[in-house]
Design a protein around this ligand. Structure first.
Ligand code: PMV
Length: 334
């Protein structure tokens, strides 16, 4: 039952795939990254979240549909609601219901879309009207990569000097470039080492400093390649950066190995197809699934080839996605 004092809002956010990655932080509490990063929102991988503040509740109630809502996940949501409550000057508890359009914890950034949608829905339900930049900063405090799911299309997260200057903004709108991300799903189970933990371990890699310098050199290369729709330069730098990030993960203490044998087989397949004249590059997040990047004209051919690989359970095809948006806002009595 919803009490008359309830304030409800629903928001939807896209997951995003990073071309220059966020891997390692200089401030863990504030989730300030070591380097800036660049990503694209994924239009078919979304989280939809409803937040209802209700004065009849004495604790937050969190439900993540289609999966078990762990105590840890519920606590992280509640802590994020505390940030929104602090900004809004309220103490009311909330009911939160969230649903993903894709498998959780498998290398599609579910925490990015989850915390972006939670931030937008909670702020709207609390009556907070924030700028895109302020929403991005708030989302970052929940999960770093979530700040990049607030703006539309192709997005850059500025590392910044402090919390106020560490936010994401659009580089180019979704319609700027018909770039595709075909996610070859080889694993749908929860990964053993979550990205938050991986971010903490990254500092212990002897390759950390070299990767950081290379990522910083990569930022203007990828930004320019997106603006000029230069697929070759874009793909080469993006694939290199994925290898660099995983080199850091592999050499962390303890070592983090996200790849499965299927991951490596797809990496080889993409390189073989490319050598054969099909322009495609891969990137991989903190999981075993492979994101294969191509341009619109090659998407059908590539998706068919990926589906033929024996390890591939499904191929999730994405175009550049929109900004976080409010689907429904309902203030007061329903
Ligand atoms: O925001 P987190 O802590 O889930 O980290 C995301 C890490 C990667 O997806 C591997 C890289 C990135 O920039 O999205």
């Amino acid at each position: 039952m919803t009490s008359p004092a309830a304030r409800t809002a629903t928001a939807r956010s896209c997951a995003n795939i990073a071309f220059i990655k966020y891997w390692g932080r200089r401030d863990h509490a504030l989730r300030l990254p070591l380097n800036g990063s660049i990503s694209m929102n994924l239009d078919s991988a979304t989280t939809t979240t409803t937040v209802a503040f209700d004065s009849a509740l004495d604790a937050d109630q969190v439900t993540i549909l289609d999966t078990e809502t762990t105590e840890k996940a519920a606590r992280r949501v509640s802590e994020h609601l505390d940030r929104v409550r602090a900004q809004a000057g309220i103490a009311t508890r909330a009911r939160v219901v969230s649903r993903n359009s894709f498998p959780m914890g498998a290398g599609i950034a579910s925490s990015a879309s989850a915390f972006a949608a939670l931030t937008a829905a909670a702020c709207a339900a609390a009556g907070l009207r924030l700028s895109e930049r302020a929403l991005s900063i708030l989302a970052r405090l929940g999960s770093g990569s979530a700040c990049r799911s607030i703006p539309a299309g192709f997005v850059e997260w500025h590392a910044g000097e402090d919390s106020e200057s560490s936010y994401a903004e659009m580089i180019a709108p979704p319609e700027h470039w018909d770039l595709r991300d075909l996610i070859a799903i080889v694993e749908t189970a929860h990964k053993e080492v979550g990205s938050s933990k991986g971010q903490e371990l990254a500092g212990a890699s002897p390759f950390g400093a070299a990767r950081l310098a290379a990522a910083e050199r990569g930022l203007p290369i990828v930004r320019r390649a997106i603006l000029e729709r230069d697929f070759k330069t874009f793909g080469e730098e993006t694939e290199q950066e994925a290898i660099r990030m995983h080199a850091v993960a592999l050499t962390s203490r303890p070592s983090v190995l996200y790849w499965s044998p299927a991951t490596v087989r797809i990496m080889h397949a993409v390189r073989a197809w490319r050598a054969d004249g099909l322009p495609a590059y891969f990137t991989i997040d903190a999981g075993a699934n492979v994101h294969v990047l191509c341009q619109g004209a090659d998407a059908d051919t590539l998706a068919a080839r990926l589906r033929h690989l024996e390890d591939v359970q499904a191929v999730l095809c994405n175009r550049p996605g929109p900004a976080t948006w409010l689907i429904d806002e309902h203030l007061g009595i329903d």
